[in-house]
Design a protein. Structure first.
Length: 280
């Protein structure tokens, strides 16, 4: 990808959720967001760029495919979220609810949208660095996109001892449909579980530091949390049993469970590590 795009910095990327079968062969794609505001779709098998879209005027900070792969959601440094088609290259929605604060997370899920009395094929969330999370129900084929919930998490006015604020991060909870988990700079160092049905925080788990990365396991009641203090913590939910692992020599800015839930990938400034979970 880097060799195919000169003079621009790749800021974020996402794998297509399902391979596309064309010309008798399976083709996998990745979508990448760049510093010039462009979104580019690449074919892995053909090692070439297939599509370039320009939905943003500023650098991208987050990107995701919809669960069916039919749409690309992209978020910019200015807080705008664009919804574009990877087939036509057209941008069909631009959402300004987070305008003014960089988008830190975009995530989609198929689960439980009917429980909330709205139409749609999936739920998705956007998180911005000002500690706000919006949750949406969408039916892309019917051009519907409805705001389901809006979360805003408090924080102290003047942080002390922090060179820069920890990121605001949220993710749908795989083992508890209708619930999302949030970490970020706040009143306490903790992970918050928010119920979309009850419209409130239903569980809190204390953390040793403010988190810099977050990944719930898709296969079990585990959650990986990375910290600027070079520590990876594996939490069993909801018991809060914790195991800590040291291995990085810099802040862990990314942690991600594999789809099987048996491995965790973590990334810091100078290294990428893969951890294997053993036992029950």
């Amino acid at each position: 990808v880097s060799a195919l795009v000169a003079l621009q910095s790749c800021q974020c990327l996402a794998w297509e959720p399902r391979p596309v079968v064309s010309w008798g062969a399976e083709s996998q794609h990745v979508v990448a967001g760049y510093s010039d505001g462009t979104v580019r779709v690449f074919s892995i098998s053909r090692t070439e760029m297939e599509l370039k879209i320009h939905p943003h005027a500023v650098a991208l900070t987050a990107i995701a495919y919809s669960t069916d792969g039919e749409m690309i959601l992209s978020g910019g440094k200015d807080g705008l979220v664009a919804v574009s088609s990877p087939h036509t290259g057209m941008t069909i929605h631009v959402l300004a609810e987070h305008k003014g604060s960089p988008i830190t997370v975009l995530q989609c899920t198929r689960k439980q949208y009917r429980d909330f009395g709205v139409e749609g094929g999936e739920l998705w969330l956007a998180t911005s660095s000002d500690r706000r999370v919006s949750v949406w129900a969408s039916d892309w084929l019917k051009d519907k996109c409805e705001l389901l919930d809006w979360l805003s998490f408090p924080a102290p006015a003047g942080p002390e001892g922090l060179g820069s604020l920890p990121p605001s991060l949220a993710a749908f909870c795989p083992w508890e449909p209708g619930t999302l988990v949030y970490v970020g700079f706040g009143m306490q160092k903790e992970a918050l579980f928010y119920s979309l049905r009850e419209k409130q925080v239903v569980e809190k788990i204390s953390l040793p530091y403010f988190a810099t990365s977050l990944s719930p396991s898709p296969a079990a009641r585990f959650m990986a949390v990375g910290f600027g203090e070079r520590l990876l913590r594996l939490l069993r939910c909801p018991t809060s049993d914790a195991q800590d692992y040291a291995g990085h020599d810099d802040a862990i800015h990314l942690c991600r469970f594999a789809p099987s839930g048996r491995r965790v990938l973590t990334a810091a400034h100078s290294a990428v590590l893969v951890w294997e979970l053993t036992g029950s």
